[in-house]
Design a protein around this ligand. Structure first.
Ligand code: 5GP
Length: 113
């Protein structure tokens, strides 16, 4: 898989505001926040998108979702937050390294369009 900005952030070559890190993922503040709280859960493993995840990644994906809740709770929005992953350019993915957006801190309307 080609290197991405998240690869550089994971290696510490590009600075970021880290909210969490463990052996399987990091969480950083999004540089262009779409809500008062906007974090990105980024697995250390270089998977291009959710569509590229394999059965062997099942535990990693679950871990990322539990971390998403943990960082939301730590950020004071644990009772109302949204987790989104864009898979593929046609779905709005701009960085081809799997990541989960965690959004909250303002009312989020329903609907997925
Ligand atoms: P995507 O569009 O792939 O779903 O999400 C990529 C996200 O990465 C965007 O929300 C964008 O603002 C964020 N992003 C892109 N480059 C950087 C960066 O250098 N640092 C941080 N913290 N976020 C970035």
């Amino acid at each position: 898989m080609a290197d991405t900005i998240f690869g550089k952030i994971l290696r510490g070559e590009v600075p970021s505001k880290r909210l969490h890190e463990d052996d399987r993922c990091i969480v950083i503040a999004d540089i262009h926040p779409q809500a008062p709280f906007h974090a990105l859960v980024i697995p250390r493993k270089a998977i291009a998108s959710l569509a590229d995840a394999q059965r062997e990644d099942e535990a990693l994906l679950g871990h990322c979702l539990l971390v998403a809740h943990a960082v939301a709770a730590a950020g004071g929005i644990g009772d109302a937050f949204r987790v989104v992953t864009n898979s593929g350019v046609g779905a709005g993915q701009t960085v081809p390294h799997l990541h989960f957006h965690v959004l909250g801190g303002r009312p989020l309307r329903g609907g997925m369009g």
